[in-house]
Write a protein of this length. Structure first.
Ligand code: NAP
Length: 259
């Protein structure tokens, strides 16, 4: 299927590796030019070159912290226009909510709720004026099935989800859709770090900790960031203009509910 995206420009945040990189590569293979962002310049530049070599599109790399106003301004200024916006940043740390301070909550809200909202605010009206826009927020399966130890993530991402549910209904008449992609358990550096910590805590080899984790996934395997990216590319396609305000789980069937 031709997704009708060739020649568009996308800003993909948190895209030097992991799920953001999977989204950037998938969009690039559809002919989308990219501004990609992450904080560490070296790995970001390498990823940008890998995408150029793979897909032959323009890729501008902007090393900045997307959770800050100056970082967002820098990333937005690098794009001739933003037809597609993929919001993403690192997730907040785990812990017992009794130990979180107000500053911890503000940092989580900044990264996982307010940064995406500010990016949407900066891009949605020009999208409406051009009568095309696709916004995808990378959130988490924890929005549908909260994870106790990830209280900061459960709270901040649910705030973004509620906001998007309202706004997405007001933009769709202009062919501007806003959806959230909810990752389950994907093979990324972040997850490898988490599984490594679990293995050490349980005193078992990494492979055993990984096997235990995978046992709870009906698909019987860990997710591939590129297949997550392909779901993102479809949500950004010309064909997906009637899909808005949705929360799409990409989790190998891990979420057990009917809805
Ligand atoms: P990852 O492998 O650690 O990659 C995160 C990417 O975002 C990197 O490119 C990182 O580069 C960049 N980044 C982090 N903080 C940033 C910031 N403040 N500004 C700009 N770039 C930033 O993580 P991932 O597994 O792909 O996860 C992506 C998101 O999905 C996270 O919010 C995570 O909580 C959520 N999630 C992931 C899974 C999963 O299975 N992987 C499951 C549920 C939810 P720099 O460090 O250089 O900035």
């Amino acid at each position: 299927m031709d997704l009708g995206l060739a020649g568009k420009w996308a800003l993909v945040c948190g895209a030097s590796k992991g799920l953001g990189y999977g989204c950037a590569l998938s969009l690039a293979r559809e002919g989308v030019n990219l501004v990609i962002n992450a904080r560490s310049a070296g790995p970001l530049a390498e990823s940008a070159q890998r995408i150029r070599d793979d897909a032959g599109v323009e890729v501008v790399a902007v090393a900045c912290d997307i959770t800050t106003a100056s970082g967002r301004a820098e990333a937005l200024a690098a794009a001739p226009r933003v037809d597609v916006l993929v919001t993403n940043a690192g997730g907040p740390p785990p812990g017992d909510f009794r130990n979180f301070t107000r500053d911890d909550w503000i940092a989580a809200l900044d990264a996982n709720m307010l940064a995406p909202i500010e990016l949407i605010k900066a891009t949605v009206d020009p999208m409406i004026a051009r009568r095309f826009g696709r916004i995808v927020n990378i959130t988490s399966g924890a929005v549908k099935a909260p994870i106790d130890a990830l209280a900061l993530s459960n709270g901040a991402r649910s705030g973004l989800t509620g906001f998007v549910a309202g706004l997405a209904r007001t933009t769709v008449a202009h062919n501007v859709t806003i959806n959230n992609l909810l990752p389950g358990f994907h093979d990324t550096d972040r997850v490898r770090t988490v599984v490594g910590a679990q293995a050490r805590a349980q005193g078992i080899p990494y492979e055993d900790a990984l096997r235990r984790r995978i046992a709870s996934i009906p698909a019987g395997r860990i997710g591939d960031p590129f297949e997550f990216g392909q779901a993102c590319a479809f949500l950004c396609s010309a064909q997906a203009g009637w899909i808005t305000g949705q929360n799409l789980l990409v989790d190998g069937g891990a979420y057990p509910g009917t809805f």
